[in-house]
Design a protein around this ligand. Structure first.
Ligand code: ZN
Length: 252
């Protein structure tokens, strides 16, 4: 405990000194908001199905109904979830002009709900959907609210199945978002990695890019990562508890 409070003070100090902060967030920032990490076998979402067999683009094209029945219990949680103190702390840091961008692996939209402005959503979002037959894009919030209620596979006027604009296994990351994220990282003097175990490339390479450009690196995450030894500070604790403690003295 003693050690963690010291680390929090050091992290606060680094944030005070920084002018161009970029935060990269993963599932760990949203689990305190009640969203299970669907990559984790402990999430409950693996109990009956391996996500790889239903949540890949190949599986989706062949059996969209399997994807939709798998994601059904998660979809309600995603749409109802509220941001937690960690999301709000990052939004505050942006309002101060210290934080320039958030790069996220989450598609829950919680950074947006918390008021953050510059967000690179590398794994997409649930605000839009695209028809897999005619490729028309649609605003999708209401479409997915209806799906949560009735469980019916959402379809387009043309009869094609609608795919949420989330990046499924086997799909490329959205190129423009990724390039934007890289540029933000190159300009950063401090990178905060929050609740990501840095296991999915190429996203996991972004903190290395930050280090190559002489940025400081602060990581808050329960799981060890490949970069722990190179980071300035590694804090193993609950993100929703620790991140506000780090940021509040800077905002006050
Ligand atoms: Zn269509």
């Amino acid at each position: 405990m003693e050690q963690i409070s010291q680390q929090i003070q050091q992290a606060t100090q680094l944030i005070r000194q920084a002018n161009n902060i970029v935060a990269m967030t993963g599932a760990g920032i949203s689990t305190p908001s009640g969203i299970p990490d669907f990559r984790s076998p402990d999430s409950g979402l693996w109990d009956t199905t391996d996500p790889l067999t239903v949540a890949s683009i190949f599986a989706f094209r062949q059996h969209p109904e399997n994807f939709y029945s798998w994601i059904h219990p998660l979809a309600g949680k995603l749409l109802d979830a509220r941001p937690n103190m960690a999301h709000y702390a990052l939004a505050e840091l942006e309002k101060m002009g210290k934080l320039q961008a958030i790069i996220t692996q989450n598609f829950d939209g919680l950074h947006r709900k918390a008021g953050s402005q510059t967000i690179f959503e590398l794994h997409g979002n649930l605000r839009e959907a695209t028809c897999i037959q005619c490729y028309r894009a649609k605003e999708a919030t209401r479409i997915f609210e209806k799906f949560v209620t009735d469980g019916q596979v959402p379809t387009c006027e043309c009869g094609g199945v609608l795919k949420p604009n989330v990046i499924l296994f086997g799909e490329q990351l959205p190129m423009q978002e990724f390039i934007g994220a890289q540029l933000a990282v190159k300009a950063a003097d401090l990178m905060l990695v929050v609740g990501s175990s840095l296991e999915v490339a190429p996203t996991s390479d972004l903190p290395t890019l930050a280090l190559e450009n002489n940025a400081r690196l602060v990581m808050i995450n329960y799981q060890p990562t490949y970069l722990d030894r190179k980071a300035d500070i590694v804090i193993r604790a609950d993100v929703a508890e620790v991140l506000p403690q780090i940021i509040e003295p800077v905002i006050a």
